[in-house]
Design a protein around this ligand. Sequence first.
Ligand code: FDA
Length: 522
Amino acid sequence: DGEGGPRDAGIDPASRPRQGDPRAVRRVGVIGGGTAGYLTALALRAKRPWLEVTLVEAKGIPIIGVGEATTPSMVPFLHHYLGIDPQELYEAVAPTWKLGIRFDWGGKPGGFMAPFDWGSNSVGVLGSLATQDDINAFTFQSLLMERDRAPVFRSGDDGRLSLMKHLPFAYHLDNARFVRYLTELAERRGVGHIDAKIDEVVLGADGWVDHLVTDGGERLDFDLYVDCSGFRSLLLGKALDSPYVSFADSLFTDRAVTAIVPHHGRIKPYTRATTMDAGWCWTIPTRDDDHVGYVHSSGFISVEEATAELQRLYPEAHTFRTVHFRSGRHEEAWIGNVMAIGNSYAFVEPLESSGLMMITLGILSLVGSLPGSWDEPCPRKVVNAALAKKWDEIRWFLAMHYRFNTRKDTDFWRACRADTDVSGLEALLEVFAGGAPLRFRDPVVRGFLESTAPTFYGLDGVDCLLLGQGHPTRLLPMTEPVDAWRARKAAADVLVDRALTAAEALAAFDQDPRLNAQLVGD
Ligand code: FDA
């Protein structure tokens, strides 16, 4: 049966199928071999070990394959939920650490930081605003980010390394390398594999999927079908025709030109988002190079012009590719015996690194609510409502990036400021205009906002983004003397002095395999 993984953890006894039940859920077909497909197959094997899981992919249809930035929840998902050994991932995939996003955003020189510890681990700024410009500059992680440091510190006395485990961090992953590793792991853990293109999805009289037919004419039968076929959305979109909810009124981009740029060993501990003439550019550091991509709107710029602008930003850029996409979600992720996870269900541009996070949320929803038999009640409705709500939240959160970007010198940005639909944010923006940071507001107002407003990364995420962009508000008074805050910042600076650069820290981890396990924790 191959390598075990964390098989016995988290098994809900109610989800086990009973012997002899003709409607039992036993055979699962995962259609698609990108990140969504492999992570789903591995999770089902790990958490529902009685399932027979088969992944079907057409090797001839490529996966997304670009550098991808994740969020902190990905680290425990990989290592604790799926039981992936941190050192093994480090050796096979060579991730780099991400402490947040640097927004070179709008007209403001220097942009602003969105570190993962915004709010929770600040060196005092939240209690002691000096000016609006100070507000995003001084969390502990943003100090590390500004100086390209990793959360790995050399002790003054004996030079030993220590790790600051409570700092949230995420990974930058080279998608192609990550999927290669997951493919090999899935084989070791007993996931079945079929390399074939699905040509036909045959529905039964009840509207459920009855079986699939491959391009070689082979018939494939499963009890549950997980659609991880990417933008093609073979089962959910094409066969079941789940209506599509477009986000195009809020998000005008529909294409990306991607490329590779040498970083000459200068590895940044953050993802960068840079405003461009008709969109923005991501810069994601991998161990070998930076992966970059200019997300833009085809209505405002051609591929040739976008490529030329990307080359002006990064003269050494090479290996250009074009990716087309649309922003939105299907009305429902789970219909009958089909659940879609990944781009087959929904997609937004990677401005806040939400894609892989939403994939893991889809996986947790499926694994946590899969009944042992289709005769048992199944919480599809609540899963569909929860996933749709979360996707709508990211739509509104991204819309805030466009509507309030202060750059006004191109048609694209003028259109964004004038026309970006932010109607879902009306109540939230009204409260923000009355006084911010929102975290200083009365707990009752905060509670109402938290339960009703579409924030995606919570109220701290909204504060960080809107204050960072200089969005007008009444700044709430300091609760701590500026001197006390300055003293704390000075103490943090001393610690940051002892932090290794991201490149030095990676070299130290190469030497000492124990460090990875320590960083990831128990
Ligand atoms: P993907 O397209 O990778 O895989 C689809 C699979 O389906 C393939 O294996 C293909 O062979 C298979 N398939 C299709 N048709 C088939 C058929 N007929 N028969 C059999 N198999 C078939 N997310 C994030 O968190 N951070 C980031 O930085 C980014 N960056 C980013 C950049 C760009 C340009 C895009 C387009 C997307 C991102 N994302 C992201 C989101 C990203 O796409 C997503 O997070 C994962 O890579 C998941 O991709 P999927 O597995 O859904 O599709």
